[in-house]
Design a protein around this ligand. Structure first.
Ligand code: MN
Ligand code: MN
Length: 472
């Protein structure tokens, strides 16, 4: 009896007609599994190196230069296979590999963001209270504020001095560096705190970062601790308090990226939203061995977590201007090119969390280890704030992924009306580019430590590699 005959008619028909998500571990070969694990070693290094948008942009440019990318000059002429990049204000970067075909046939664009939720220092951050030194903060992006106290923090960013010179700050990452922390009240005295609604368990103005406690010696002045801290900063960076007014300083968790689980199948790290898609999209374009048919473009953008506004975010024109310049220098027509372009908006999706099953609709949510997520739409309150991708384009993407054995799944962002969120997809779709959300499912998204599955990370990389080979 053959295998086929053993199966009942219903079984056979089910196999033919029903859609079934497939677990990546069960569909990947041992060789591919090893490749995924190896790939994530580089990913973890990237996470530790680029904890802010500036650091991630710098790391991306460094990797791009090593892979033969040079600054884009719109007055130059380029040929197939040429590799260029443009850095926008050190916080977002666009890379391109010139394709063989006519530029008017469109480009294949991947877009990921390199900013992550964190605690930014306020303009006047340093103060002293009861002989303890603190920084005032204003949180950036969507955080559960109660998750941020009692976590070791590092300080990253730049301070611009009156003479225009710039100091780069990075304290708390090296093994020998000090770290910083927001304090919380002990449970013994939390009776009143426990009565607060969860969203206010820790409030914005309570996210004050501890920075010192030893006052300036032999001094009758007040604010001795603040003075002592300022003296350290003056010696180390040559700054005075006023220089904080022209600084961008960000506090992020000081933890390193690590394997998670006995089987080491997962990656734990701060900032995987969305550096997981940034790294996979970036390495996919860097790894293009030969000139693709259509010009490959990858943008790593800033400001997604606060709505993409600002001149380093995708609601601004910086990507459009680059694409216009590219079309012009390749002798094409920008509008024709844009209208024929394809985009994968690369951002993470909320993975089903078995400890919180009620937040998800099981048939339409993503799961870790089930591959890269293709999301037709996210948004909130009836698909607001999203680009609801066209069926024709989605169909094209699905069949391309299938043909190239990329394990993929669909995913909405949780149950309808349970919240929701947007990505950069709509800003790119608004340029009249076919756009769909593609990304990695994440557990504990926006927490100080987020979880991804190595197989999904690898499948995202494979999806982006495949996408750049996609023709019209
Ligand atoms: Mn994101
Ligand atoms: Mn996010």
């Amino acid at each position: 009896m053959s295998e086929k005959e053993k199966k009942s008619k219903a079984e056979q028909l089910k196999e033919k007609l029903f859609y079934k998500k497939e677990h990546s571990t069960l569909t990947m070969s041992d060789k591919e599994q090893k490749a995924a694990d190896r790939y994530c070693e580089g990913y973890k290094q990237f996470l530790d190196k680029g904890k802010t948008e500036r650091e991630a942009a710098a790391a991306a440019v460094e990797m791009a230069k090593a892979a033969g990318f040079v600054p884009f000059d719109k007055k130059k002429t380029y040929k197939a296979g040429d590799r260029v990049y443009r850095l926008n204000r050190e916080k977002s970067v666009i890379l391109a590999v010139i394709g063989k075909g006519d530029i008017d046939r469109g480009v294949n664009l991947t877009a990921a963001h390199i900013d992550s939720p964190r605690l930014d220092l306020k303009q006047n951050p340093l103060y002293e209270s009861e002989n303890i030194g603190y920084f005032k903060t204003h949180y950036y992006g969507g955080i559960k504020k109660y998750q941020w106290p009692s976590v070791p923090l590092s300080l990253h960013g730049v301070i611009v001095k009156p003479d225009g010179s710039k100091v780069t700050v990075n304290i708390g990452e090296d093994e020998n560096d000090p770290v910083f922390m927001v304090t919380d009240i002990l449970p013994h005295l939390a009776e009143e705190q426990y009565k607060r609604p969860a969203a206010k368990l820790i409030q914005g103005e309570e996210l004050n970062i501890l920075v010192g406690s030893r006052p300036f010696k032999d001094d009758k002045e007040s604010e001795g601790v603040k003075l002592a801290v300022m003296e350290i900063l003056n010696k180390k960076y040559g700054i005075v308090e006023k220089d904080f007014l022209s600084a961008e300083l960000e506090c992020v968790p000081a933890f390193k990226a690590k394997d998670v689980g006995f089987d080491r199948s997962l990656v734990g790290s701060y900032g995987q939203d969305d550096r997981v898609c940034a790294y996979t999209a970036l390495t996919a374009i860097l790894d293009l061995k030969e000139a693709p048919e259509r010009t490959a473009v990858c943008v790593l953008t800033d400001k997604e977590e606060i709505g993409s506004d600002g001149n380093t975010g995708l609601a601004s024109s910086y990507l459009k201007y680059f694409l216009y310049d590219l079309a012009q220098c390749m002798g094409g027509d920008a509008r024709t090119m844009l209208s024929a372009s394809y985009c994968l908006s690369a951002d993470v999706n909320a993975a089903f969390d078995p400890s919180f099953p009620d937040c998800f609709e099981r048939r339409n949510c993503s799961k870790i280890n089930y591959g890269v997520v293709v999301g037709k739409y996210y948004g909130a309150r009836g698909k607001s704030g999203t680009s609801d991708a066209n069926a024709e384009y989605i169909g094209h993407i699905h069949s391309t992924l299938d043909k190239n054995k990329v394990v993929w799944q669909t995913g909405e962002l949780g149950k309808v009306d349970f919240g929701g969120g947007g990505t950069v997809a709509m800003f790119i779709a608004n340029l009249n580019i076919d756009t769909v959300d593609v990304g990695v499912p994440v557990l504990s998204m926006h927490a100080p430590y987020e979880i991804t599955a190595k197989n999904d990370v690898y499948m995202a990389y494979k999806a982006f590699v495949t996408f750049h080979k996609m023709s019209d």
